[in-house]
Structures are given as structure tokens and as C-alpha cells.
Design a protein around this ligand. Structure first.
Ligand code: UDP
Length: 385
């Protein structure tokens, strides 16, 4: 089993975790990434002027219910407790997000207790028996007033399409609370790495059997030099967009440095459609254990991914799912020595913890099933197992 040569394309969490597990079994692993840093879109870097840790591709708050994943990440970096408390700036005022008792009481100018919420919301909810999309889910769950104030404009800006076209699952990411808990996540374990995500990924990759090459563009021709390839880049790009492009949203940023406290919170969402950006992040508030006089303020805008943009959010509209199916069928038919892993390789909206959990499970599965076989003939998408 040991001493095989593997290629991992992409040095984000997926690639790093897989590389590490292969390397620990005495295999030689080459990891390449076209960017000049590891950690993919989780990349963090201290700003040279302010020394503030900046999440270069947007805020990442690690949260999980998976004890194994939490233990895994804590081996490679020091996670500091952090609770994300998001503020929503809306046409009707400034509120706590996700929706909780304070949000509801302030928005509707009422004084509800936890036991009042269910019957209060029931009157607002539209009767839509099987919500089929984001809008129907929101109307049947929250009603018109909350939907239009908090979700309609923000979602249109973030996803660049009508919320009716989006899956209901996107809304289900957010809880509604019947108490005053303003934690953005429900997860049991939550935190931000003291020295950033890039250090964690670099530590995962720091193994004598791993060779890392940054700034290196992948070329399929080299597949034949390796026993197996774990590809965490975009699936459509791998096949040169043969069946058309999969839809992705990308984000871009406007950054400024100023003094003091700019907005008093790490993240403020701007829910109105006519405000061009979706949110503002102030990065020193992601590290409340540090003190900084200056502050880095970043406005986040969303747009459709074009040829040279970094893909962020898989849109998964119906037309995308049809294209995706063509790629998946084709990939399975080709039976190359390649597995498609991670958010881009499997075209799913995955959080960091899911990416790590899936990479751990997939590499285990791979190692067990490839024993004594020339080529891995099992499932080739990490979400297949
Ligand atoms: N959303 C919204 N208003 C907000 C926050 C979220 O409309 O103030 C919507 C938006 O469509 C988003 C979805 O709810 O994609 C899920 O929110 P989450 O914070 O999970 O999205 P993320 O920032 O991770 O994409």
C-alpha cells in the first residue's frame, strides 16, 4: 500500500487533509496550487500596515458539531473562542441576525416572550404546503414583512437572480430563534484560529512525505505520473468547460484602513437591494483578543463569475444541475485515475467543517478500497460515499 506517488491539486482544506492522510501512510504526495499561498479561499494574512489578521477572501468563522473535525483542526492550530453576532442593516432599521426574539420584538414593536413566538409567526406565515424554492420557503416560514426586509434584497444581490430560482436549502442555513440568543451559528464548537487559517493548512501540509508547489498551474498530462490524483479545482474547468460553465457567484472587495472602531461589529449585512454591497466586515473584530489602533474595513460585493474570476458560491440553479449531471456521468465513464473532491470539485455549497469531514472520510475510503489495485475504480466524487 505504501510508497505510492499521489498528486493533490489545490492546497485548500480538502487537498491538505487528503495529502496529510496519504503522507501518514508513507506515500509520497505532491500538492500543487495555482495561487501563491495555501488555504484556498480561507487564506488569512496579517495586513502589513495594521498587523490585523485579514480573511483575504471574506470572513470565515469555524463552526461544527463534529467532534472529530474539531479535534482534527485543533491539532494544527490554536482555535480561540469566537461567537459571530451579525447585525442586519435594513430599510426599517438595524437588527440582530439571525432572527431572534430581539429582532422580532424590535421589528414588529411588540414584547413577545418565547412562548408567544410560534403563534405570532403562524399568523405571518403564508400557506405554501411544499416550499420549492428560497422565496416560497421564506414566505411560508417567516411571512412577507420579514422576507422582504431581511432576505429579498440581500439574496438578490448575493446570488444575482430572483430568490424564486434558488433552492430552499439556502434559507434553511439560517435559524430563527425563539429566545435572545444572537449567535449566528447553532454549532457546538465555534472559533477562529489565533494565527489564521493559512497557518493551520500549512501545518497540515508540513510532513516529510509532502512536497508543496505553489504558483503551479495544473496540467492533466501529468496524471499518468501518479497512482491517483485528488482534484479539488472546479469540475467544469477540469473538462475544459466541455458541457458549458457551471454557475458560480464570486465576490470582490473594497478595502480601506482607518482609525478606531468603524462599525462596532465584525459583520454588518446590508439587506436593501439598492445598496450595492452585501456586507461590511471589520477584521479586527474577528480577533477580540488582540488590540489595534487602526482598523481594516472591507466592503463585499457579489457578481457573476467570469473567465478569470475565482469561483466562490455554486449557484446550483436547475440549468447548473443539468450541466453538473453531464460532467458527473462523463467523469464516471472516463474512469481516469482522478477523484473530484471539495466544494469546487463536487460543486456544492460546503462549509469548512463539512469539507474536512468529507476529506477525512474519503481518503479513508480510498485507502481501504485501493489496496492492491492498479487503479481506483470506486466512486470518484467525494460526496458519493
Ligand atoms: N441572507 C439574507 N440576508 C442576510 C443574511 C443572509 O438574505 O442578512 C440569505 C442569503 O441568501 C444567504 C443565505 O441567507 O445566502 C444564507 O446565509 P448564510 O449566512 O449562511 O450565507 P453565506 O454568507 O454563508 O453565504
Amino acid at each position: 500500500m505504501a510508497d505510492k506517488k499521489y498528486l493533490v491539486v489545490g492546497a485548500g482544506f480538502s487537498g491538505a487533509v487528503i495529502a496529510r492522510k496519504l503522507a501518514e501512510q508513507d506515500n509520497q504526495v505532491l500538492v500543487i496550487d495555482k495561487r501563491n499561498h495555501v488555504a484556498g479561499n480561507c487564506h488569512t494574512k496579517r495586513d502589513s500596515e495594521t498587523n490585523i489578521m485579514v480573511h483575504k477572501y471574506g470572513p470565515h468563522i469555524f463552526n461544527t458539531n463534529d467532534k472529530n473535525v474539531w479535534e482534527f483542526i485543533n491539532i494544527y492550530g490554536n482555535m480561540k473562542p469566537f461567537v459571530n453576532k451579525v447585525i442586519a442593516n435594513t430599510e426599517k432599521g438595524v437588527f440582530s441576525m439571525p432572527m431572534n426574539l430581539l429582532t422580532l420584538n424590535q421589528f414588529f414593536s411588540v414584547k413577545l416572550s418565547p412562548s408567544d413566538v410560534e403563534s405570532f409567526i403562524e399568523i405571518k406565515q403564508e400557506n405554501i404546503p411544499n416550499p420549492k424554492n428560497f422565496e416560497e420557503q421564506a414566505l411560508s416560514y417567516l411571512g412577507k414583512e420579514l422576507y422582504y426586509n431581511f432576505f429579498y434584497g440581500y439574496t438578490k444581490k448575493q446570488w444575482g437572480c430572483d430568490p424564486k430560482e434558488l433552492p430552499a436549502s439556502i434559507l434553511k442555513r439560517l435559524p430563527i430563534r425563539f429566545n435572545y440568543d444572537d449567535n449566528y451559528y447553532n454549532s457546538k464548537y465555534q472559533g477562529i484560529p489565533e494565527n489564521g487559517y493559512t497557518e493551520i493548512v500549512a501545518n497540515i501540509l508540513n510532513h516529510k512525505n509532502i512536497t508543496l508547489e505553489l504558483g503551479k498551474t495544473y496540467d492533466k498530462q501529468i496524471n499518468s505520473d501518479f497512482h491517483h490524483v485528488f482534484y479539488s479545482g472546479a469540475l467544469d474547468e477540469y473538462y475544459d468547460y466541455k458541457f458549458d460553465r457551471l454557475g458560480y457567484r464570486t465576490v470582490f472587495f473594497e478595502e480601506k484602513i482607518t482609525k478606531g472602531d468603524y462599525q462596532g461589529n465584525a459583520v454588518i449585512n446590508y439587506c436593501e437591494e439598492n445598496i450595492p454591497f452585501t456586507r461590511i466586515h471589520e477584521h479586527k473584530h474577528f480577533a477580540p483578543w488582540e488590540t489595534h489602533e487602526k482598523t481594516v474595513v472591507i466592503k463585499e460585493f457579489s457578481k457573476e463569475t467570469k473567465v478569470n474570476d475565482e469561483p466562490y458560491y455554486p449557484k446550483r440553479l436547475n440549468k447548473d444541475k443539468e450541466i453538473l449531471e453531464k460532467y458527473r456521468t462523463y467523469a464516471k465513464r472516463c474512469k481516469e485515475n482522478v477523484s473530484f473532491v471539495g466544494r469546487l470539485g463536487t460543486y456544492r455549497y460546503l462549509d469548512m467543517d463539512k469539507v474536512i469531514a468529507e476529506a477525512l472520510a474519503y481518503v479513508d475510503y480510498y485507502l481501504q478500497n485501493s489496496i492492491d489495485k492498479e487503479n481506483f475504480k470506486g466512486e470518484i466524487f467525494s460526496d458519493d460515499i
